[in-house]
Write a protein that binds this ligand. Structure first.
Ligand SMILES: [Zn+2]
Length: 199
């Protein structure tokens, strides 16, 4: 029998998160480029961003031809969230960084393990048109279900929440609330011994 999915949130009825959703009206448009290998990962947090943000799209693919939408993004006001050597640190409070953040309209985020994200970057040359942004200091990782999927051990949701908080000072608590709800739903049927390894 097929798993019954909630029409509201897309999760299984057993892990429905509709009650935990409170949409943030973000101005900065979030464009998530999701690697195909992430689509079946039930622990993927990009889907939560789609549910919790008014201005967020997910594009699936791995290379340039999969993302024709990138060509229409404004080069000056679009940033790529990626820890490149020359990345602008969003949490540094210099005048130049503040000016840069203020004029941003779009943020492109790669969703996949670091290895996959690096591959996407290499296969998608038009991403080089955008300035890279990253963090000098990482917030504490809240997503416990998926053990360190990326080298910075932040889930995609946390990386985007932190960016939105630093770029447009919006209150991102509803996103963390959604993440907490997901963790609770996913661990609710785990035996105590298994749960103890995560929490
Ligand atoms: Zn639901």
């Amino acid at each position: 029998m097929a798993r019954e999915l909630c029409s509201g949130c897309g999760f299984s009825v057993r892990t429905c998160l509709c009650n935990a959703i409170s949409i943030i009206n973000n101005k900065l448009k979030i464009i998530i480029l999701r690697h195909p290998s992430e689509e079946k990962v039930t622990k993927n947090t990009a889907h939560l961003l789609k549910l919790g943000l008014a201005n967020c799209i997910i594009l699936s693919g791995e290379s340039e031809q999969d993302f024709p939408e990138l060509a229409s993004l404004p080069t000056q006001s679009t940033a790529l969230l990626y820890p490149a050597d020359n990345a602008i640190m969003l949490d540094k409070c210099t005048d130049a960084t503040l000016d840069f953040k203020q004029q941003l309209t779009h943020l492109v985020v790669l969703d996949g393990t670091w290895k996959k994200a690096y591959k996407m970057l290499m296969l998608t040359p038009s991403l080089q048109h955008f300035k890279a942004v990253s963090f000098a200091t990482l917030p504490k990782n809240k997503y416990v279900i998926r053990k360190a999927p990326r080298a910075d051990s932040l889930s995609t949701l946390e990386a985007v929440a932190q960016s939105l908080n630093l770029i447009e000072q919006c209150n991102v608590d509803p996103l963390y609330h959604l993440l907490t709800a997901l963790v609770e739903k996913q661990t609710q049927h785990m035996p105590q011994a298994v749960k103890a390894r995560y929490l």
